[in-house]
Ligand binder design. Sequence first.
Ligand code: G3D
Ligand code: MG
Length: 206
Amino acid sequence: MASGKKVLLKVIILGDSGVGKTSLMNQYVSKKFSAHYKATIGADFVSKDMVVDDRLVTMQIWDTAGQERFQSLGVAFYRGADCCVLVYDVTMPNTFKTLDSWRDEFLIQASPRDPENFPFVVIGNKIDLENRVVSYKRAQGWCHTKNDIPYFECSAKDNINVEQAFQTVAKQALLQEADVELFPDQFPDRIDLKSNDNKPKSDCAC
Ligand code: G3D
Ligand code: MG
């Protein structure tokens, strides 16, 4: 049985446009793959309740709506993330090469307390296609050099490995969130709703 209060985990998905970020999220959350999915405007998230290591968690997965083309996602998108999923397309080598800059961009924008140990998960997507170009070995090697990032090869289309990848994402995020609870004063972005500092001042004219 799951125990304790429900934990909210924020997960963000990054990677070049067209690699399948939205499709992976839809497959995981709604068990659907739609080739005609239309992205909404602005960053958006979906939630999924699950049990991880005996804890009830709500995983909030933040997806982009095409702004990744300009790498202009805004700081609110990154803020408070507990895990970052980096996605590339195994048939498009350029999308693999840009993983480095997506990782760097995340670390700059989210500025986590301990960047070296911040949890990432890498997904090589579209393994259902015949024309794969980036090998497992090459991708796994890159992950190894980045402090052993867990690596999964998936197909959002055929629902291969998607569940497994997100289970690992949730586990990593939960570990990170436990860290936040242990050292709350080191995470100034979190607002304490009970604190008097947040109440309107009495001489407020509004
Ligand atoms: P993005 O959110 O990263 O931009 P999308 O990517 O989820 O919008 O997917 C981009 C295109 O790749 C879509 O095709 C989608 O159907 C396709 N796609 C996503 N995942 C897979 C997969 O696992 N296998 C295959 N074969 N295709 C996939 P369109 O044609 O709509 O551009
Ligand atoms: Mg998308």
